[in-house]
Write a protein that binds this ligand. Structure first.
Ligand SMILES: Nc1ncnc2c1ncn2[C@@H]1O[C@H](COP(=O)(O)OP(=O)(O)OP(=O)(O)O)[C@@H](O)[C@H]1O
Ligand SMILES: [Mg+2]
Length: 247
């Protein structure tokens, strides 16, 4: 039985989709069958990030509305064990977001990990994703708005839907942190009050990979940068005890 993980944030653009794609890739390299479900209705991105947008025919709304079987809508990526279920193009095309839990129950028989890449905030799709998940990963960046948001999201909003919440701090730049954030990353961890599962450095390779339609993780042996951080998070999700990266 696979594990369902919702990737969430309060503020937009913190790096949820990037994390879902790259941790999904790392888990597939670790020989897991991985499904990424894009629940960002209206703003789908994962098909572009994986370079397979021209192969998308059906989407999540088609399945939830009973218009097609899951197998027809799930697209295999060029990386063997990693598959994608794309989001609907139109935001309100589907009013049965709640049916997502039922779908995940069904799909967890066929996959070891299912990532639900959520829209920012706690709208209909983000709530449905959190409710369908065994675990939520809250992705924050080390800026003041996000720090306040981590407290609200983890402590009040997300916890209404899912018990097991982990924190990822993305786009960490040590020079800026040293100058601007007294107390460093501990301030963010304290604000969220949930267990940290990874720290990801700011990395130019992420934007370059987005242009290429490829995950930045291509092997499990990259040293340094965001790719190593995503591989470490993937290993922790598999239960390995991996020390935090020294950024
Ligand atoms: N560690 C990183 N280093 C550098 N750039 C990053 C990093 N993580 C994400 N980015 C960049 O930040 C931008 C937002 O990332 P992404 O789309 O993954 O965020 P998101 O949380 O899914 O956004 P949304 O809330 O709109 O769905 C992208 O341009 C991405 O390339
Ligand atoms: Mg996104």
């Amino acid at each position: 039985m696979g594990k369902v993980i919702a990737v969430t944030s309060g503020k937009g653009g913190t790096g949820k989709s990037t994390l879902a794609v790259n941790c999904g890739m790392a888990l597939s390299l670790l020989k897991n069958r991985v499904l990424l479900i894009d629940t960002d209705a209206g703003l789908r991105a994962l098909d572009i990030m994986l370079g397979i947008s021209d192969r998308v025919v059906y989407d999540l709304a088609d399945i939830l509305s009973g218009r097609c079987e899951p197998a027809k809508a799930i697209v295999k990526t060029p990386w063997g064990r990693l598959s994608l279920l794309p989001a609907p193009v139109v935001e309100d095309e589907c009013d049965s977001a709640e049916a997502l839990s039922e779908l995940c129950k069904q799909l967890r028989q066929c996959f070891d990990f299912i990532f639900l890449d959520s829209p920012a905030g706690m709208g209909k799709w983000a709530r449905a994703a959190a409710a369908a998940a065994d675990q939520a990963i809250l992705v924050v960046t080390p800026d003041p708005v996000c720090i306040r948001d981590a407290d609200r999201m983890a402590g009040h909003v997300l916890s209404r839907h899912v018990d097991d919440i982990r924190l990822v701090i993305n786009r960490v730049q040590p020079n800026i942190l040293r100058k601007k954030l007294d107390g460093g990353l501990d301030v963010i961890i304290d604000a969220a009050s949930v267990q940290l599962i990874g720290i990801v450095p700011e990395d130019r390779q992420i934007s370059l990979a987005a242009y290429d339609g490829k995950p930045v993780v291509q092997t499990l042996h990259t040293r340094g940068g965001a790719a190593e951080a995503y591989c470490n998070i993937a290993r922790r999700l598999c239960g390995e005890d991996v020390p935090l990266m020294d950024i």
